[in-house]
Design a protein around this ligand. Structure first.
Ligand code: NAP
Length: 391
């Protein structure tokens, strides 16, 4: 039986993970659950799954969590803040950590899990974008295992031989599929004025608000290019984005001999989560089986980089490397939050990021301190510039 620590258990990936666990009670037990501020949801999850530790990232919510647990006659340990999150990530009795916190807040806990030699199931792509080199070094140094949950990277993982890296495997290219998001066919002039609600209404996937906006700008695909390079040791030039609106093929690997391997399935995060939880075995996920007759057809298009400038910015950052992906990620997080808060229009997300990146002097942050320093500098610049793009 695997013992799980689920970081971000109240989010979209967290809920899907718990649903898979619920369907496989003999395979998994939950040792730690974490949230930022969703105290009632976290307490309900504690009542159902009885972890040893419950964590709220916001220290102001710790008292409320204790009250909610008391109401349910629960006496598990509680912790808060970044220390609480890293404690959950490195918990001795957990062998598997699901890294499903959104954004850069996931970096330290993900690194803690890797450093503690856990089986790390990675959804938090931002930590791979910010500190992919450090993360992979930590995995190699501690003997941890990293299995991607992001559906595209999980698909690539499944299409690579023996879960290995691309080097020496005869891989020519990785074909990273993209749904194109809710605005794939919206007239260019209408894009500027879309609302957060429209941006968060993804046609195929039900996700948290930040990644939904990233999908709408296609920054999500850009972050995924960088994630793929980091996780599989491949150069950006060998990752091709293929727009595939049905989201049935989750990505492909093209080999030197002409073979192309793909992973298919209905768009349901429980499939990659179940794969990663059970790997190398297979378990029930609850996802509807794929019916190809019902799907009927699969379409593919080239991405339109004029329409989706965030994708071009991310591709350039992937090629430049160094501090550029860190700046890209930081500026994007600030811009997306400002859009969700109604401070800037949709079209300003790319414009703000471009203007922040224009001030990025190239450097090569390698240590955690340097990476966090670069992230903070880029956030500072992004906040300074918000007023220039305000509605
Ligand atoms: N959703 C998907 O289908 C999907 C697919 C592939 C990859 N991913 C990646 O998976 C990650 C999670 O995405 P999601 O859609 O599940 O996000 P989400 O629904 O917004 O959930 C985020 C989770 O992280 C917690 N959290 C938020 N801010 C935090 C902070 N500052 N410190 C600690 N915990 C914090 C939230 O707690 P509260 O509930 O208390 O706010 C929640 O549990 C992202 O990196 C995303 O790119 C998601």
């Amino acid at each position: 039986m695997r013992a799980l620590s689920i970081l971000g258990s109240t989010g979209s990936v967290g809920l899907s993970t718990l649903d898979v666990v619920r369907r496989n009670p003999d395979g998994f037990r939950v040792e730690a659950l974490t949230a930022r501020r969703s105290v009632t949801d976290l307490a309900d999850q504690c009542a159902e799954f009885r972890p040893a530790l419950a964590v709220v990232a916001d220290p102001d919510c710790a008292g409320q969590l204790r009250d909610e647990l008391d109401k349910r006659d629960l006496s598990m340990a509680i912790a808060s803040g970044v220390d609480g999150l890293t404690r959950a990530a490195a918990l001795p009795q957990a062998d598997t950590v699901v890294a499903a916190i959104v954004g850069s807040a996931g970096l330290l806990p993900t690194l803690a899990a890797a450093g503690a030699g856990k089986r790390v199931l990675l959804a938090n792509k931002e930590s791979a974008v910010m500190a992919g080199g450090l993360l992979m070094e930590s995995v190699a140094g501690s003997g941890a295992t990293l299995i991607p949950i992001d559906s595209e990277h999980n698909a690539i993982f499944q299409c690579l031989p023996s879960a290995g890296a691309v080097a020496d495997a005869g891989v020519k290219r990785i074909l990273l599929t993209a749904s194109g998001g809710p605005f794939l066919d919206l007239a260019a002039e209408d894009l500027a004025n879309v609302t957060p609600e429209q941006a968060c209404a993804h046609p195929n996937w039900d996700m948290g608000r930040k990644i939904s906006v990233d999908s709408a700008t296609m920054m999500n695909k850009g972050l995924e290019i960088i994630e793929a390079c980091r996780l599989f040791g491949v150069e950006p030039e060998r990752v091709q984005v293929v727009v595939h609106p049905q989201s049935i093929i989750h990505s492909l690997v093209q080999y030197r001999d002409g073979s192309v391997l793909a992973q298919l399935g209905n768009p349901d995060m429980r499939t990659p989560i179940a794969h990663a939880l059970a790997w190398p075995d297979r378990i029930e996920s609850g996802a509807e089986p794929l019916d190809l007759f019902e799907v009927g057809r699969l379409d593919f298009r080239e991405p339109d980089l004029e329409r989706f400038p965030c994708l071009r910015l991310a591709m350039d950052a992937a090629v430049a490397g160094g501090n550029r992906p860190i700046w890209l990620n930081a500026a994007n997080e600030i811009a997306v939050q400002a859009f969700l808060d109604g401070q800037i229009p949709f079209s300003a997300i790319a414009a703000l990021i471009a203007s922040v990146l224009a001030e990025c002097r190239a450097s090569n942050p390698a240590t955690l301190v340097e990476i966090i320093g670069a992230d903070e500098e880029a956030r500072g610049k992004s906040r300074e510039k918000l007023a220039d793009f305000a509605i």
